[in-house]
Design a binder for this molecule. Structure first.
Ligand code: SF4
Length: 266
């Protein structure tokens, strides 16, 4: 699929839940956000149907995000179902790593190819401060388990305030070097005022080469993270929603007043 700017669109990011077991200061308010009601959240069969349709239209790369995808029951079964779709050549996940130690092998066995882990600090106090109460030790154990399970490549997503020269970022980079893991630095974004930049060490945020669509946890296809438009996969349906999203994909992001990071998965 080509959008109106001749960008090939082959990547679908799927937010499977807006719930999370952390409260990162740059992602949600301390008290969390009002969760989307269960009956609005896409069922796994619906997600698989959307991906099957998307695959016939040119999507061959899928990333599972959240909130935190590992808090949703049955997530391994969803991975297995998506991994069985022949056109999907790249199936990945982004997780905060808190539950990864027990999920790494089941995810790999279900067919997950690779994984990104959010890690903004390795200093325990700093990690607890940024995540409002999380502990960093489970993330280290989860990364080691993911390496053992063969989920490769593993990448660390490190959110920075302004620069990768910040103390936390440099310490995470040193940890990644020791573990032989790739790292990407993501400058804090703000949907409402359209503040975003290109991911350091990645291709997110580079509108000129954007190849992605997003599926929100309550069933909307979004052509752009920094834009309000979206199309429901329930009505008028997946194919129409994807077609509309691609043909209305903006040249670049502006602002998004509709979503929060927790229900769109960054
Ligand atoms: S802001 Fe929109 S167009 Fe730009 S990279 Fe992000 S999703 Fe793509």
């Amino acid at each position: 699929m080509l959008d109106p700017f001749n960008r090939p669109i082959n990547y679908l990011r799927i937010s499977v839940t807006d719930r999370c077991n952390l409260r990162c200061a740059y992602c949600m308010p301390a008290g969390g956000v009002e969760s989307i009601s269960h009956d609005e959240i896409l069922r796994y069969e619906e997600i698989v149907e959307v991906v099957k349709v998307a695959a016939t239209m040119g999507i061959d790369k899928v990333r599972i995000t959240g909130g935190e995808p590992l808090v949703r029951k049955g997530i391994v079964d969803l991975v297995r179902a998506l991994a069985s779709i022949p056109e999907i050549r790249d199936l990945s996940m982004t997780t905060n790593g808190q539950l990864l130690e027990s999920f790494a092998f089941p995810l790999a066995e279900a067919g997950l190819h690779r994984i990104n882990i959010s890690l903004d600090a390795i200093d325990p106090q700093e990690y607890t401060r940024i995540t409002r109460g999380g502990e960093v030790a489970p993330v280290f154990r989860g990364i080691e388990k993911a390496i053992e399970a063969g989920l490769q490549p593993i990448k660390i997503n490190c959110v920075i305030t302004r620069s990768s020269a910040e103390t936390n970022a440099r310490q995470v980079q040193e940890y990644a070097r020791k573990m032989d893991i790739k790292i990407r630095f993501i400058r804090q974004m703000n949907l409402a005022d359209g503040c975003f930049s290109i991911v350091e060490g990645g291709d997110g945020g580079d509108c000129s080469r954007c190849n992605r669509l997003r599926l929100t946890s309550n069933g909307y296809i979004k052509p752009c993270l920094f834009n309000d438009i979206s199309y429901s996969v329930r009505n008028p349906g997946a194919e129409n929603a994807i077609t509309q999203a691609v043909s209305h994909k903006p040249a670049c992001g502006t602002v998004n007043h509709v979503n929060t990071f927790s229900n769109i998965g960054g």
